[in-house]
Unconditional design. Structure first.
Length: 325
């Protein structure tokens, strides 16, 4: 279960991290100079759709002009951010190398078609195929840009901050800009919930059956304990503690096996088909909170199922059991 959940969580985290490394968490469709709560940094930009030819190939591209391209230094894998950077998939498919020049045709905000000669100085990798295969990002002066991109310390707070501080501005969040990807995160969460529910259900029945079997084979010992004056509650506590110890040992062994499995799968670095998935390899992510929550859940499950099973089966008459013996 932990391995499956780590893959689902890994997809969600990789998607959010990759998207928010490029897309502003909040876009204001105007110049906005005030500092917002939880703001990390802001940039000013304009975005266009265009196309260019290179090495006998033609491709459409998303063209961004921004005032501070150095904000993307953490995703640049070759070259630098001195002029224009392109996605690694786009560079590979169009045979682009550092220092190459391209003639980009695009439509500006007034509807006029423009031609711009661009020199490639860097190649970036975001991990999102659609971005890495279509984006060109070029440095431009502040005066020639139209929009404001705001990056936050916590991207998940984007909608809340927008609704609180930008009511009088036309703005959108990264979730609204990438609605399909946001829905993918929600669907992943539902799958994780369904998987957890069925695993919990099976674990509960397993615990219940183990306790019931343990009581059946120990009826003589239980009858003796009754005759010595122990109450049903105290005898039930023995089986609850036994189930608890087994559950903890099983959880620890399962956790160690899951961590080892994740480590092996990470080292294999399993690739995903380009263009089919929004990332290029299977991600894994497991947090301490997930481990703690699953541990608490297993403990609670063990106590509840072992208590209900033992309470139901310990209601037999000890005199009859001892008499038969």
């Amino acid at each position: 279960m932990i391995v499956v959940i780590s893959v689902i969580k890994g997809f969600d985290k990789s998607l959010i991290d990759s998207l928010t490394s490029i897309y502003p968490h909040i876009i204001v469709y105007d110049k906005y100079n005030e500092k917002l709560k939880d703001e990390k940094f802001k940039m000013y930009f304009s975005t266009f759709q265009g196309f260019f030819n290179h090495d006998g190939k033609k491709i459409t591209a998303t063209y961004w002009k921004i005032d501070n391209i150095k904000n993307f230094n953490n995703i640049i894998i070759k070259g630098d951010a001195s002029s224009c950077i392109v996605g690694d998939v786009l560079a590979q498919s169009m045979n682009l190398a550092l220092g190459d020049k391209i003639n980009l045709f695009y439509t500006d905000n007034s509807g006029k078609i423009k031609l711009e000669n661009i020199k490639i100085t860097g190649i970036f990798h975001s991990g999102i195929y659609i971005i890495d295969s279509t984006f060109l990002i070029k440095k431009e002066s502040y005066e020639n840009l139209n929009y404001t991109g705001i990056y936050l310390n916590n991207p998940k707070e984007a909608k809340k901050i927008k609704n609180t501080y930008l009511k009088n501005y036309l703005a959108s969040t990264w979730e609204e800009q990438n609605e399909n990807f946001s829905k993918a995160v929600e669907i992943d969460s539902y799958f994780a919930l369904i998987i957890t529910f069925f695993v919990v259900l099976m674990s509960g029945f397993s615990i219940s059956n183990s306790v019931m079997y343990s009581i059946f084979v120990r009826k003589k010992e239980i009858g003796i304990l009754y005759s010595l004056g122990l109450t049903q509650k105290k005898i039930s506590l023995v089986f609850i503690l036994e189930s608890l110890i087994i559950s903890i040992l099983g959880y620890v062994l399962g956790l160690l096996s899951a961590i080892f499995t994740i480590f092996i799968l990470k080292s294999i670095d399993i690739k995903l088909p380009s263009g089919v998935f929004y990332i290029d390899k299977i991600p894994f992510y497991i947090s301490f909170n997930d481990i703690l929550l699953s541990f608490i859940f297993i403990i609670g499950l063990s106590v509840i199922f072992s208590y209900t099973s033992s309470k139901r089966l310990l209601s037999f008459d000890p005199v009859e059991v001892l008499h038969d013996e």
